[in-house]
Design a protein around this ligand. Structure first.
Ligand SMILES: NC(=O)c1ccc[n+]([C@@H]2O[C@H](COP(=O)([O-])OP(=O)(O)OC[C@H]3O[C@@H](n4cnc5c(N)ncnc54)[C@H](OP(=O)(O)O)[C@@H]3O)[C@@H](O)[C@H]2O)c1
Length: 338
């Protein structure tokens, strides 16, 4: 079979296609014939060797996210059969409960092999069935950005009907958050550097849009749009470069789900605003297999379709990473093997 591996280097082209033997499943494992993968900002950092606490993971198969068809099952596996349509979870051993460093270390496409391969072997407890109405490309968007957005809104966050949710930019996590927040009956304010993307966000149900390039003090507009009160909840994908404006834009007693490193890893944070406004900040690291299943139930019930902004072929993985890094996309970038 063909698979990509990370090779030595510090650029997005430091991945190459290699031949590997077809995997056979251990007693508790399933083999997935991968049909599509999706890309996350993390994959850009990993390819460049700049992902925190990971360093260069030469020889590892990249990408956490993939969906496909079960082609073999181990003899102790229950609940999966050859032919099932499935996706792997971001952290296959994080089945439920509290995240630990050990569970996190098993994240796909980090220190252990990921999904950018023709066949992947995973523990059955880290695999989920995908909703029938989704294509493999659509389902491949779910494991990281989808689960993170679900967790940010409904597990770490507690978004309720009528709440105002603030979203930053129109990348994978934010567009999923827009779709989920609208399912929950929330009022969504979303920012972008592009008016064209803001129109696409409106078409998906966004209630208010703000261009953060032409309006650098976008937090003031959030306050105006909420009668001077602020948003109930924010999904913070920006990180140090945006957090202080987000703290201004969130109401007293409001909350922030924080997962983003788009503007870097660390900088001065306005801690005075956190305490004086009683703001709750929830660190977010994707979510468990159980959270993935809960999200899929809602996606299935609402027949929600994830937004695939751009698709590339298996041979075009470097181009796909470059496209993601350029920020031209809306929603998710996928690698569709079909
Ligand atoms: N900890 C976790 O569990 C977890 C999981 C998933 C993602 N993340 C992190 O969350 C962040 C977003 O991930 P993603 O996969 O959604 O990324 P993505 O798809 O690459 O999102 C990129 C988009 O973010 C927007 N953006 C960039 N800089 C911005 C800024 N300064 N202010 C507002 N928006 C900005 C841009 O939107 P416009 O083009 O519309 O301006 C850009 O197109 C990344 O840092 C990623 O590492 C963390």
């Amino acid at each position: 079979m063909k698979a990509y591996e990370l090779i030595d280097g510090e650029s997005l082209s430091a991945i190459k296609i290699v031949e590997r033997p077809d995997p056979t499943p251990g007693p508790n494992e399933v083999v997935i014939d991968v049909k599509a993968c999706s890309l996350n900002y993390r994959d850009v950092l990993i390819a460049k060797g700049t992902y925190p606490a990971l360093g260069r993971t030469t020889g590892v198969v990249p990408l956490s996210d993939g969906a496909g068809i079960v082609s073999a099952v181990g003899d102790k596996v229950t609940g999966f059969a050859v032919g099932d349509r499935v996706a792997g979870a971001f952290m296959p051993d994080f089945v439920a409960g509290t995240l630990t460093p050990e569970l996190q270390a098993g994240s796909l496409g980090g220190a252990v092999d990921g999904m950018l391969t023709e066949k992947a072997v995973l523990p059955a407890h880290g695999v989920v069935h995908i909703p029938d109405h989704l294509s493999f490309a659509e389902a491949a968007t779910l494991p990281c950005a989808g689960v993170t957005a679900w967790y940010a809104n409904f597990v770490g966050g507690n978004v309720q009907p009528g709440d105002t949710v603030l979203l930053l930019g129109t990348g994978g996590v934010s567009v999923f958050s827009l779709q989920f927040a609208k399912l929950a009956g929330a009022n969504v304010i979303i920012t972008s550097s592009s008016d064209e993307k803001l129109q696409r966000a409106k078409d998906l149900g966004a209630d208010h849009t703000i261009n953060y390039r032409s309006n650098e003090d976008w937090q003031n507009e959030v306050l105006e749009l909420t009668g001077g009160v602020g948003a109930d909840h924010a999904v913070e994908v920006g990180g140090p470069g945006t957090i202080n404006r987000t703290l201004e834009a969130v109401r007293y007693g409001g909350s922030i789900s924080l997962m983003g490193v788009l503007t870097g890893m660390a900088d001065a944070v306005a801690t005075g605003l956190i305490l004086s406004k009683n703001i709750k900040i929830q660190g977010t690291y994707v979510g468990s297999v159980e959270t993935f299943r809960d999200m899929n139930k809602a996606i299935d019930h609402h027949k929600m379709t994830p937004v695939v902004g751009k698709s590339f072929g298996f041979d075009e993985a470097v181009k796909a990473l470059e496209f993601l890094e350029s920020g031209q996309h809306f929603g998710k970038v996928v690698i569709d093997y079909a």
